[in-house]
Design a binder for this molecule. Structure first.
Ligand code: F6P
Length: 461
């Protein structure tokens, strides 16, 4: 069986605190994929060094072999904070207002892609399947081809793909997207992002596109583009429920909320997650139903993310202000309506916290998929399941139609969703949960990996 070489910016650190909500879904998903396949995972060590060693540091932990390299501060500034997270991330999340186009960012991005292509080329053997992940490494496949690599190459995008009319605002957009056609297989989280990609290829690159099969042909190259919605590592996540850590977390939420309904949100502190808008929705709920102030407590777990970037500092300040305002206006000596927590939590703790929470509130403005929604469902008690409120703009909404789907920009919609969740009878909660849980269990990360690898293997290149 051929080895799998996975390349992503973030590599899971063993025993890192947090499930999908705290560290993003990518790291956990790839760790699960590599536990099942022989191979190696190349990425950034997360370290900065003035004189970085370019030789990868190889180690094996919990059955997964990683090869990591350090980056220079200028690389981190221009590639990670710059092009990846101040240009592509906001643009791909439809936030053209936050998108920065700096020439230096583009140069840093290309330089770091070259660096990873060099490191990867040294690790890759003839029959290896290569699987590149996310917006940090869009041109990596092209760099590998330029080195003469003939291996099968797949790329997967974990975030949305923007509509063509937004993407054309990116300088050199054609050049960037053209590099994607060097991959044999390109995967997206949902049909919506796939359609936008195919549209761009046809309109802007003049490629021959077959919508049925996802075949995109340009000159000599043919690429297959498909949607592969990612899932959670279901068995591993469910096993967390049997730990003391999960039971303790469950007990502490139940004991500290007593007769109140607890509602949970778990998100990286990112403007794409719609956190200020969510607070407006909660404020609207209390405004409309003041008699419910003693019945509901909202727990927001929001580990800070990408803290050197201004827009992330701004979102944190906005969220703190809004949370403070709501608590200031509605708290009593014995009650605080919103618990705002910046620390990350272990997967087992999150399992317990989700299970103790009767409402899961997941309201991103745009999200490639959102695995918190799936984890929340998986952790529920089948005899008394909680209700998921989900943004219709998360990739997960296409698969999770039995959630209460809301528009995250509308405070009224969020407030109404909370009321509906609080009032939902047990029978309806069970019916909705069973359908949601079936799909979370079946469309899990193992299936996702298998589908992509099988498709890649089967391609004639
Ligand atoms: O899932 C999208 C993603 O951007 C991943 O690529 C990334 O690892 C994760 O979110 C968390 O972001 P970061 O690695 O920048 O902390």
């Amino acid at each position: 069986m051929s080895r799998l070489v996975v390349i992503s910016n973030r590599v899971a650190i063993p025993n890192a605190r947090g499930a999908a909500g705290a560290q993003g879904g990518l790291a956990g998903a790839l760790q699960a994929a590599l536990k099942k396949h022989d191979g190696i995972w190349l990425g950034w060590s997360g370290e900065e060094s003035e004189d970085p060693e370019r030789e990868p540091h190889i180690q094996t932990n919990q059955g997964v072999t990683t090869a990591t390299i350090d980056l220079a501060p200028q690389d981190v500034e221009e590639y990670y904070n710059g092009y990846a997270n101040s240009t592509l991330w906001p643009l791909f999340h439809y936030r053209i207002d936050l998108t920065e186009y700096e020439r230096e960012f583009g140069k840093g991005y290309e330089r770091v892609n070259d660096l990873f292509a060099n490191a990867a080329a040294d690790l890759i053997e003839e029959d290896d399947l290569i699987w590149v992940h996310d917006y940090h490494f869009i041109p990596l496949g092209e760099r590998l081809r330029a080195k003469g690599l003939k291996n099968k190459l797949a790329f997967f995008l974990h975030i949305p793909w923007p509509p063509t009319r937004l993407l054309v605002s990116l300088p050199y957009h054609e050049r960037l997207v053209r590099t994607m056609l060097e991959y044999d297989l390109v995967g997206f989280q949902s049909e919506e992002w796939l359609e936008s990609f195919l549209h761009f290829c046809r309109k802007e690159l003049g490629a021959d596109v077959d919508e049925e099969t996802g075949r995109v042909s340009l000159g000599e190259r043919t690429t297959i583009a498909r949607a592969y919605p990612i899932g959670i590592d279901y068995d591993h996540f469910m096993a967390q429920g049997d730990t003391d850590e999960a039971r303790q977390a469950y007990d502490s939420v139940v004991a500290s909320t007593r007769k109140r309904i607890s509602m949970i949100g778990v998100d990286r502190l990112d403007y794409s997650k719609g956190l200020p808008e969510r607070m407006d929705g909660i404020a609207r709920f209390f405004d409309r139903y003041p008699e419910k102030v003693r019945d509901l407590v909202y727990i927001q777990i929001a580990p800070p993310s990408r803290e050197s970037i201004d827009s992330y500092q701004d979102i944190r300040e906005t969220l703190e202000r809004k949370t403070g305002q709501i608590n200031g206006a509605l708290s009593c000596v014995d009650l605080v309506p919103i618990r705002y927590v910046n620390q990350g939590h272990s997967m087992a703790e999150l399992f317990g916290i989700y299970r103790a929470s009767k409402i899961g509130l997941v309201t991103p403005l745009r999200d490639g998929m959102n695995l918190v929604a799936k984890e929340y469902v998986a952790a529920q008690d089948p005899e008394d399941p909680g209700v998921l409120i989900l943004s219709r703009f998360a990739g997960a909404a296409l698969q999770m139609q039995d959630a209460i789907l809301i528009n995250p920009h509308s405070a009224d919609d969020i407030a109404h969703g909370i009321r509906q969740a609080m009032d939902m009878p047990l029978d309806e909660r069970k019916e909705r949960w069973e359908r949601l849980n079936d799909s979370v269990r079946e469309d899990n990360v193992a299936e996702w990996t298998r589908d992509i690898i099988e498709d890649l293997r089967a391609l004639e290149t």
